[in-house]
Write a protein that binds this ligand. Structure first.
Ligand SMILES: *[C@@H]1O[C@H](CO)[C@@H](O)[C@H](O)[C@H]1NC(C)=O
Ligand SMILES: *[C@@H]1O[C@H](CO)[C@@H](O)[C@H](O)[C@H]1NC(C)=O
Ligand SMILES: *[C@@H]1O[C@H](CO)[C@@H](O)[C@H](O)[C@H]1NC(C)=O
Ligand SMILES: *[C@@H]1O[C@H](CO)[C@@H](O)[C@H](O)[C@H]1NC(C)=O
Ligand SMILES: *[C@@H]1O[C@H](CO)[C@@H](O)[C@H](O)[C@H]1NC(C)=O
Ligand SMILES: *[C@@H]1O[C@H](CO)[C@@H](O)[C@H](O)[C@H]1NC(C)=O
Ligand SMILES: *[C@@H]1O[C@H](CO)[C@@H](O)[C@H](O)[C@H]1NC(C)=O
Ligand SMILES: *[C@@H]1O[C@H](CO)[C@@H](O)[C@H](O)[C@H]1NC(C)=O
Ligand SMILES: *[C@@H]1O[C@H](CO)[C@@H](O)[C@H](O)[C@H]1NC(C)=O
Ligand SMILES: *[C@@H]1O[C@H](CO)[C@@H](O)[C@H](O)[C@H]1NC(C)=O
Length: 578
């Protein structure tokens, strides 16, 4: 009775959203393990992939193969045989950070690969999304990923624009910015107040920071529970939508969705190392973290440890926390850049601390997680002695395209489709994030798959971002395992037909009109389908075949078959060799 009335009072004081955002603490289940060590994937992930490979992917590859063939380009027999057999390849998709621009460009590429879009099917690129096993997102790319997964894998048009006013998911609501949502000070104050109030229950037992406020603000755009009409209403706005609960979504339960992974960085006081040029945050030698629907953890050999996503917030095996893994808190962590900004001007941090005073030892600019890895790998893990992990945007080390999850050997990825919409200058991507990953792999490759050689300078990327490029076409002979091939699709240049570029908007732009969004999606569609009409002819009528050649190439090599037919000319056209 007492417990009930205490809970009831909390609800009254701080609203439904706050209750839903507040984690609960209970006795741990009997078989609970806080930490799993190693660089292998979890049994749950193995099982998900196994079921996906048995139940969903064979038909997905058959449908994709039909779409490629319908373009009329003659494929070598082996391409068709691999796609339509049980020897099909393992395809992962990584979609970069870069704010809304990256979310939109990434969405445009996913749409071009979506077998449900008839234009994509006609181009012969549609269907590869359905055949992918893994999908990784970071920062703006994590907004795309989280919104897509939690809305139960709708088409991109439904995802971005919603279904009108009645649906749970109102679309990305880009008529509102993220922080400054109204020019009316009174309305803005209501919003700020609500965001702060939503943290009340969590703040009773857990550290809170600007990361929580940021996640609550983002939740209004990227999770169910908000429409244009309810933007300012005192409702839940996606509070209580948990990353670990995604396992219950119909299209996850049926294994129709690629396995979703979000990448995070750590802000550590114990690491000094090379900061990648142009970055001012996290050294390249910092451990990297990921959150998937089953686990949060680190695959780098310096830590190689994982904890259940469902029980994030937990630090021992007696009392277990649930409800900490709020979807937009995690995606908000992956996009938390506040630690890079001038702390004295990040007023929201101060406001949080005024409302919920934090210990002076706590950072207010990071997203804070009770450290489940306390005492683990003390000799190699920088933050083994910390009680709190201070986490931030997954791209702050310079690796803004989330490739590392695809290099976990146990995931056996054959080809990574790397979508890069980072702003490396002028709002376009010039390859910096790939250079960063190449450099990091030289610092500590321990136990990860071989990353294909890429140019070492931005100049070297000059012509590789203006059309898709394949890396790792010819793995070196001495490598026992070749590692994945990379199909690199960059937001790299203005359209070739001379029309004004729409996809190179600033990372700080959060307000977009519907025509702007449609324009960006249309230009991205051209990039991803190599469909620029020049003098009435498409840019590369063989692109669909070339993409299929890349998708099957590692599977081809496994069978000891030579590349032939159109695949030979495709690889001449699209491969970069060191
Ligand atoms: C939201 O609703 C709760 C009751 O559910 C109330 O206590 C709180 O003051 C409301 N907040 C705002 C900003 O209206
Ligand atoms: C298919 O993609 C194109 C290009 O982005 C878009 O214009 C169209 O609306 C999409 N169709 C559907 C049904 O989503
Ligand atoms: C979000 O809403 C969509 C319908 O718009 C629904 O299919 C999906 O299950 C909902 N997701 C969650 C996490 O509630
Ligand atoms: C990192 O460098 C700073 C000064 O540059 C120093 O104070 C600190 O002790 C160093 N930390 C480590 C872990 O080496
Ligand atoms: C276990 O974790 C809970 C919740 O964080 C904490 O209150 C408790 O003191 C911890 N117990 C031990 C034995 O450390
Ligand atoms: C941070 O902001 C304060 C207040 O606007 C200003 O005085 C200070 O120079 C800034 N510091 C940096 C490093 O930009
Ligand atoms: C920051 O917040 C303080 C009060 O917390 C206020 O006095 C100051 O004007 C704010 N500064 C900005 C730049 O909003
Ligand atoms: C947060 O507020 C507390 C209590 O007022 C104060 O001790 C602490 O220094 C503040 N933290 C930061 C990082 O400003
Ligand atoms: C986008 O590219 C065009 C042409 O290169 C350039 O004029 C414009 O300034 C760029 N926009 C942004 C926001 O960088
Ligand atoms: C690279 O692009 C430039 C124009 O940006 C062009 O002049 C040059 O010929 C291209 N080089 C190659 C090898 O295609």
């Amino acid at each position: 009775m007492l417990g009930f009335s205490a809970a009831f009072t909390l609800l009254l004081l701080s609203g439904a959203a706050s209750a839903a955002f507040g984690p609960t603490i209970e006795r741990c289940p009997a078989d609970f393990k806080l930490v799993r060590r190693g660089q292998t994937i979890s049994a749950s992930e193995s099982q998900y992939i196994k079921e996906r490979r048995e139940k969903a992917i064979p038909d997905a590859f058959k449908a994709y193969s039909q779409n490629v063939k319908r373009t009329g380009i003659e494929l070598p027999k082996y391409v068709e045989e691999i796609l339509e057999s049980t020897q099909f390849p393992t395809v992962g998709i990584s979609t970069s950070g870069g704010g809304d621009r990256a979310a939109i460009f990434g969405a445009g590429v996913l749409n071009a690969l979506d077998g449900r879009n008839s234009s994509s099917v006609k181009k012969g690129t549609g269907g590869l999304l359905q055949a992918a096993t893994h999908l990784a997102g970071l920062s703006g790319g994590s907004w795309l990923l989280t919104s897509l997964v939690q809305a139960n894998f709708p088409t991109i048009q439904h995802l971005i624009f919603g279904d009108g006013h009645k649906q749970d998911f109102g679309g990305w609501l880009t008529s509102f910015s993220v922080w400054t949502v109204s020019t009316d000070p009174a309305e803005q104050a209501i919003f700020v107040n609500e965001v702060l109030q939503e943290m009340a229950v969590k703040a009773k037992h857990f550290p809170v920071s600007v990361g929580d406020a940021w996640g609550r603000a983002l939740a209004r755009h990227f999770t169910n529970g908000t429409t244009v009409d309810t933007f300012f209403s005192n409702t839940s706005h996606g509070a209580g939508i948990l990353f670990s609960d995604f396992v219950n979504l119909p299209t996850i339960a049926s294994h129709e969705q690629p396995f979703p992974i979000i990448v995070l960085d750590i802000v550590s006081n114990h690491i000094n190392g090379t900061i990648f040029p142009g970055m001012n945050g996290i050294p390249l030698n910092s451990p990297m973290f990921e959150v998937n629907i089953f686990e949060m953890g680190c695959y780098d050999d310096v830590l190689a440890a994982h904890t259940p996503t469902k029980h994030l917030g937990t630090t021992n095996e007696s009392l277990c926390v649930t409800g900490f893994d709020q979807a937009m808190f995690i995606s908000g962590t992956s996009s938390n850049l506040w630690n890079e900004l001038n702390r004295t001007v990040t007023n929201f941090s101060l406001l949080v601390n005024e409302t919920y005073p934090q210990s002076p030892a706590l950072r207010l600019d990071t997203s804070n997680y009770p450290n489940p890895f306390h005492g683990i790998a003390p000799d190699t893990f920088s933050d083994s002695g910390e009680t709190i992990l201070s986490m931030c945007d997954g791209g702050e080390d310079g690796q803004v395209t989330p490739l590392q999850p695809m290099l976990v050997p146990d995931r056996k990825i054959d080809v990574i489709i790397a979508i890069d919409a980072v702003d490396d200058g002028g709002g376009f991507a010039h390859g910096a994030s790939l250079i960063a990953t190449q450099q990091r792999m030289q610092i500590f490759p321990g136990g990860l798959a071989t990353f294909p050689a890429v140019p070492t300078t931005l100049e070297g990327f000059a012509n590789l971002t203006t059309q898709p490029t394949f890396f790792g076409c010819t793995p070196s002979q001495e490598q026992s395992a070749p590692g994945p091939m990379l199909v690199y699709i960059a937001n790299g240049a203005p359209p070739r037909d001379g029309s004004p570029p729409l996809t190179n908007t600033s990372t700080g732009q959060f307000i977009y009109t519907e025509p702007e969004l449609q324009g960006m999606l249309a230009q991205t569609f051209v990039v991803a389908t190599q469909g620029a009409e020049v003098d009435g002819a498409p840019e590369d009528p063989e692109w669909a075949a070339c993409l299929a050649c890349a998708a099957v190439d590692r599977a081809r090599a496994r069978q000891g078959l030579p590349r032939n037919g159109v695949c030979v000319t495709c690889f001449t056209r699209y491969c970069w060799e060191a």
